[in-house]
Design a protein around this ligand. Structure first.
Ligand code: ATP
Length: 306
């Protein structure tokens, strides 16, 4: 398979210790250390590549001068960990994800992937090692096959089929008039929000990224769709580092780490149990959401949900 490198953009020597650590062990490679890129759904066999280390240190960022959106965010995700970012609307969750993939750069502080400042990484290297499942997936006016293959242009049909299966898209494709050759997007078959997100997940499976970034859709998906998407994502996140922005707390309980943001700052972090025990912001969010769900259940008849 193809190989993934995190490479600096300049020919500066890369200290071996700064590249491709996993579980605290430095991989046995010197400069230009490589980490094998797994195929779709292929488990990590070496136990060496558990994903990328992510570290934000006092990150400050605003879209406009004098209007900081992130006001000094620090957080650390260990290789292979899953991290959920939760918090009120406008607290800066999606902005944080945008900085991770360098759609924007921090105004101060630093973001490091595998110990390397993102500003020093080659864009191509970053793009190869990281896959994003966005809130709203863009489909091209092309076949569903090519839309999935966009994740990795050299993927074989078998690999695409496998990725579609992992993303629970197989049934959807089987139901399309021309199967994999069905034109989707603007002038073709319209896909629902949940289906589009599954295309993004299939693309990510094909990529086999070391870091998975997912911005959960804010638009309401029905409970069954949401659950099946979460299952696919959890499977995809196995053996990789993952960072999710989550709007529904029910989807974050099993994450290794939950980071709670409020007004551009991290106000709490820990596991679900730890944060519930702490009885602070996360606990209050949980209580509020549970109350809202109970209200919803009482008001919306079951048949509307199905
Ligand atoms: P939500 O849960 O509603 O998705 P969020 O926590 O992800 O919210 P962000 O989308 O990161 O929040 O937005 C944080 C702040 O930055 C908001 O005040 C928002 O209006 C502002 N903002 C977001 N994107 C832009 C942009 N492209 N240009 C200017 N301001 C922006």
């Amino acid at each position: 398979g193809s190989r993934q490198l995190l490479q600096r953009s300049h020919a500066a020597p890369v200290p071996a210790a700064a590249v491709s650590r996993s579980n605290g062990h430095v991989n046995g490679h010197a400069q230009g250390a490589t980490v094998k890129n797994r195929g779709p759904g292929e488990a990590s066999t070496s136990g060496q590549d558990q994903g990328m280390a992510v570290e934000l240190d006092n990150v400050v960022f605003g879209y406009r001068p004098g209007r900081p959106v992130l006001k000094g965010v620090s957080l650390k995700v260990e290789p292979g960990q899953s991290c959920a970012i939760v918090g009120s609307s406008g607290s800066g969750k999606s902005t944080l994800l945008r900085l991770l993939v360098r759609l924007y750069d921090a105004q101060s502080g630093s973001i490091q992937l595998d110990g390397i400042d993102v500003r020093e990484l080659q864009q191509s290297s970053l793009r190869q090692a990281v896959a994003v499942v966005p809130q709203d997936t863009v489909l091209f006016a092309d076949t569903i096959l090519r839309n999935i293959r966009y994740g990795r242009p050299d993927a074989s049909f078998e690999e695409i089929e496998r990725a579609a299966e992992m993303a629970q898209l197989k049934r959807v494709v089987d139901g399309m008039p021309d199967g994999y050759n069905t034109i989707v997007g603007e002038r073709g078959l319209k896909l629902s929000g949940g289906e589009k997100q599954r295309v993004a997940i299939a693309r990510a499976f094909l990529r086999g990224p070391r870091l998975l970034i997912c911005d959960e859709a804010t638009s309401a998906l029905d409970t069954a769709t949401e659950r099946s998407i979460m299952t696919s994502l959890e499977e995809l996140a196995q053996g990789r580092t993952s960072v999710f922005v989550a709007h529904r707390l029910s989807t974050v309980q099993r994450c290794d780490k939950i980071v709670v943001m409020a007004d551009g700052l991290v106000v709490e972090q820990g596991t679900h149990e730890e944060l519930m025990r702490a009885g602070q912001v996360y606990y209050d969010m949980w209580e509020a959401q549970a109350a809202a769900e109970e209200f919803h259940e009482q008001c919306v008849p079951e048949q509307l949900e199905a």
